[in-house]
Design a protein around this ligand. Sequence first.
Ligand code: HGY
Ligand code: MN
Ligand code: MN
Length: 402
Amino acid sequence: MTFAELWRELEPIGRDPQTGGYRRYSWTPADAACRAWFTGQATKRGLTVETDNNGNLWARWGPKTAGAIATGSHLDSVPDGGAFDGPLGVVSALAAVDLLKEKTFSPERPVVLAAFTEEEGARFGVPCLGSRLLTGAVDPDVARVLTDDAGTTLADAMIAAGLDPGFLGPRDDLLDGIGAFVELHVEQGRALAPQGAALGLAEGIWPHGRWRFDFTGRADHAGTARLADRRDPMLPYAATALAARQAAADHGAVATFGKLIVEPNGTNAVPSAVRAWLDARAPDEATVADTVTAIRAAAEGLAEDHGITLSVRQESFTPLVRFDQALRDRIAAALAAAGIEAPVLPTAAGHDAGILATRIPTAMLFVRNPTGVSHSPAEHADLADCEAGVRALAAVLEDLAG
Ligand code: HGY
Ligand code: MN
Ligand code: MN
């Protein structure tokens, strides 16, 4: 099948008709449909598919020996995310296998296609949860009790999807069998277009993390509560959101409050609580820490001014990632031999490749995003560039697994 044919099959799954954005949250029916599609396509190609104890999908082509070359990405999305973030890497991997089969390439080392679960952390709050569990970066007991906004735990969601959360945990045996992991991903940001390049290689990933701010005040009547008597948590939150923007600008970082839960969320009620999630990122860990410290200090002062109690908790952190230089150089050489130039780019977006980089040589291939927009229904990559990505990935797999 061509990339376009594969893409057309997956594209409608989990897309919201109103917004055009995707709601492929892990362990939901949309996620199950994506998994079933991937499993069907891989099986059709003679690959053996299995779901590991953490819910990650693996499809193996070739001998059951060690030193596998793994490629893939994720199928889950942020709320109303775009079509390409994650699925581009999974669909391109299937299309690359087709290209290699057409030229009667048969791998001397296993080629394994992977789809990691809960990469966005959109439902349970911890990004790259599947790859973090696989590498031991997250404690299974902590993971089991992660809850979504409706209060459903990861354990219950997995049970409802037919898996046993009792088996969550690190898999050194799986990791020891992988020689390298190459993730193809849509570019997030706009560095390739100005250079006229269809493809790029990742240098590393900025350190980044997520913090939960709980502002607790006192519910009251929006009409009858005197201003002087109020303990309104919305006020210190609102000022903290502005302070976060200022702190990011002051430190050369980025900081975002993108998720907010107001309780009880009534138009005519002073809120009892405001729960806000901060995403902060910077080129180095000290700058992330300084930025978050400044935001937290502002929030504490504002909470005090308004008689509000505040708690702040770090929910995830990913240290600076530097991808394996030797692997990147080898990939660059394989691409050059195929007549493909790919500039090396830093990124502030997290990926499973960044988590796996702590345990195995990993690399990332970026496909040009003409606008740079991501985590939005407007996210886009041109078909010609996606096809160039498939050709590049096939050349890389042929070189590494040949
Ligand atoms: O948040 C990120 O950087 C990635 O999209 N999970
Ligand atoms: Mn993403
Ligand atoms: Mn992604």
